[in-house]
Design a protein around this ligand. Structure first.
Ligand code: ADP
Ligand code: AMP
Length: 217
């Protein structure tokens, strides 16, 4: 099964991905994590991506598509992939469909997690992420058991440089202008599932599980 998680920055894609990958037995592929890994390794790709990421702009399609398609060629992705943060433009969505089509595969479902803008800003300003396993936490809504340490792997928690209010506002603008058309793209294909993401993490997880189950019936 291949599933796309759609939603504005802060909607809870990474949070829900942790639950969903276990339920579906698929691999979590988050384009933002791939860029941040490249950046931490000081690769050419990382340095190129940095200039866009720090402004809250999208990294050019060509580079992004190549990076993600390369990742899903790895054998661990064979059982299926949960895409998070990709696709973010219509060109990326089309390139992904073409690639999967060429292999006799497809995107089965696109889950759109909807959250009001002010809540997104609140979530991102309190977000902490594990440097090792990327698990997201929130200082108020989902704090770690031990301050500064990941519950899952004990890794150090940090705040992303692009989670400042100014960059967040820019990222939200980019989402509404460039990524929102993808919602319609998947809706026209009859693959879209909308979920109200403005409630507790567990309630959102349960709603997604119900929708995916009903969609498969
Ligand atoms: P995304 O991957 O969509 O950018 P994250 O999963 O990283 O979003 O979540 C953004 C922030 O909001 C994190 O700090 C996370 O702990 C918190 N969060 C996620 N889901 C919820 C929720 N349903 N209610 C409150 N806070 C949440
Ligand atoms: P994220 O971790 O999904 O919030 O992404 C962080 C940043 O990485 C974004 O603001 C973009 O600069 C870049 N990025 C991640 N995914 C993509 C994508 N699919 N297309 C273009 N840029 C991306």
């Amino acid at each position: 099964m291949n599933v796309v998680l759609l939603g504005a920055p802060g909607a809870g894609k990474g949070t829900q991905a942790a639950v969903l990958t276990k339920q579906l037995g698929v691999v979590h592929v988050a384009s933002g994590d791939l860029f941040r890994k490249a950046l931490s390794e000081n690769t050419e790709l990382g340095l190129l991506a940095k200039s866009y990421m720090e402004k809250g702009d999208l990294v050019p399609d060509e580079v992004t598509i190549e990076m993600v398609l390369e990742r899903i060629r790895q054998p661990d992705c064979a059982p299926g992939v949960l895409f998070d943060g990709f696709p973010r433009t219509l060109s990326q969505a089309q390139a992904l469909d073409e690639k999967l089509d060429g292999e006799g595969k497809r995107i089965d479902r696109a889950v759109y997690i909807e959250v009001p803008e002010e809540e997104l800003v609140k979530r991102l300003s309190g977000r902490w992420i594990c440097r090792e396993c990327q698990t997201p936490y929130h200082s108020e809504s989902s704090p770690p058991k031990v301050a500064g340490k990941c519950d899952v792997c004990g890794g150090e928690l940090y705040q992303r440089a692009d989670d400042t209010e100014e960059t967040v506002r820019e990222r939200l603008k980019v989402f509404f202008s460039q990524t929102l058309p993808i919602v319609e793209y998947y809706e026209k294909q009859g693959k879209l599932l909308r979920v109200d993401g403005d409630r507790d993490i567990e309630e959102v997880s349960a709603a997604i599980a119900r929708l995916l189950e009903a969609g498969n019936a």
